[in-house]
Design a binder for this molecule. Structure first.
Ligand SMILES: Cc1cc2nc3c(=O)[nH]c(=O)nc-3n(C[C@H](O)[C@H](O)[C@H](O)COP(=O)(O)OP(=O)(O)OC[C@H]3O[C@@H](n4cnc5c(N)ncnc54)[C@H](O)[C@@H]3O)c2cc1C
Length: 302
């Protein structure tokens, strides 16, 4: 029976682990890997203390920090979280079962899919969800990016320095920061196709064509591309807890301003939680807060 089980090894989970270990709690951190979404981020300019750092560099620093403390880490996938009659939590992974007096869910988010024919078939063979990870495979080729938010525009900017041609397929208006839009507009090899929706991905062994259409214009286009980067948002990794804890309409774990869910002893932090803004520094702050609240909860329970 652990004092605290943390699910997720992104900035929220890693920060929670450091705070809990410094309170001498017996902490078990279960994560598929260390890093989370920072693995997909090339440029971070808004994490205080680092005017510029890449995602993988910041992860290494976080990981080094966590490893200074006695945090028991398991690289497993949580598939179910439940509460027993005595109030203890049961965490089932793809390999083991664990018990905790408290749990912090910090399992973050994953990329949303387009849901068009060919997407599943060509995933890993031209369809990608991370420009930072897979961009270099498309040096000198033509690629499309789908989406109109910060992630999509940043992906298009990043790919413009690698690929020969980048099409940015945007359904409606941009939902990106003005500074990012300015950078995109300065990229010479990006063609913005506004008002278009993805319809089909086709090819033989790998992606060769991307069919998009605009209902408004009554127009259809076929782009000759070798890569398609899907950047249309993220879904929370909350499925393993959905029968146990209250979720909001976006399937995020509903928490109050102290990271408390509707179940006593169960907390959530970072992108998987219902807080409105999703950033590394916010996830880290949430993780710290959740660990301190879990510590306080245990003190009062004893
Ligand atoms: C392309 C991109 C660029 C970004 N750029 C910036 C930026 O410049 N600055 C900034 O502040 N923010 C940026 N963000 C946002 C930032 O990365 C997130 O807000 C932050 O990573 C959220 O941290 P988290 O710990 O809540 O979740 P995540 O980073 O998503 O980490 C979740 C962790 O949980 C693990 N996990 C998930 N499900 C399970 C499971 N079932 N069992 C076990 N483990 C599980 C995952 O493996 C992962 O380790 C960016 C995001 C993206 C996608």
């Amino acid at each position: 029976m652990h004092d605290l089980i943390i699910i997720g090894g992104g900035p929220a989970g890693m920060t929670a682990a450091v705070y809990a270990a410094r309170k001498k709690m017996d902490v078990l951190l279960i994560t598929k890997e260390f890093g989370g979404q920072m693995m997909w981020t090339r440029e971070i300019e808004n994490y205080l203390g680092f005017q510029y750092i890449t995602g993988p560099e910041l992860i290494n620093k976080f990981e080094e920090h966590v490893k200074k403390f006695p945090v028991n880490t398991r690289y497993e996938e949580v598939i179910r979280l439940s509460v027993a009659e005595d109030g203890a939590f049961r965490v089932t992974t793809d390999q083991e079962k664990y018990q905790g007096k408290t749990v912090i869910i910090a399992s973050g988010k994953r990329p949303r899919r387009l849901g068009v024919p060919g997407e599943e078939e060509f995933t890993g063979r031209g369809v990608a969800y991370c420009a930072t990870c897979d961009g270099p495979l498309y040096a000198g080729k033509a690629v499309a990016v789908v989406g109109g938010g910060n992630s999509a525009l940043q992906a298009a900017i990043e790919l413009s320095g690698i690929a020969e041609k980048v099409y940015l397929v945007v359904r409606g208006a941009y939902k990106a920061d003005p500074v990012v839009v300015d950078k995109l507009e300065a990229a010479a090899n990006v063609e913005v196709l506004r008002g278009y929706t993805a319809r089909e991905i086709a090819g033989r062994d790998t992606v060769e064509r991307f069919r998009i259409d605009s209902k408004e214009r009554g127009e259809e286009k076929e782009l000759d591309v070798q890569g398609i980067f899907v950047e249309i948002g993220l879904d929370p990794n909350s499925e393993f807890a959905r029968e146990t804890v209250k979720l909001n309409r976006y399937n995020e774990i509903a928490v109050d301003c102290r990271a408390c869910s509707n179940i006593p002893g169960l907390f959530a932090a970072g992108d998987v939680a219902s807080g409105p803004d999703k950033q590394i520094i916010i996830a880290a702050g949430d993780g710290a807060k959740a660990a301190l609240v879990a510590y306080e909860y245990l003190l009062h329970r004893r």
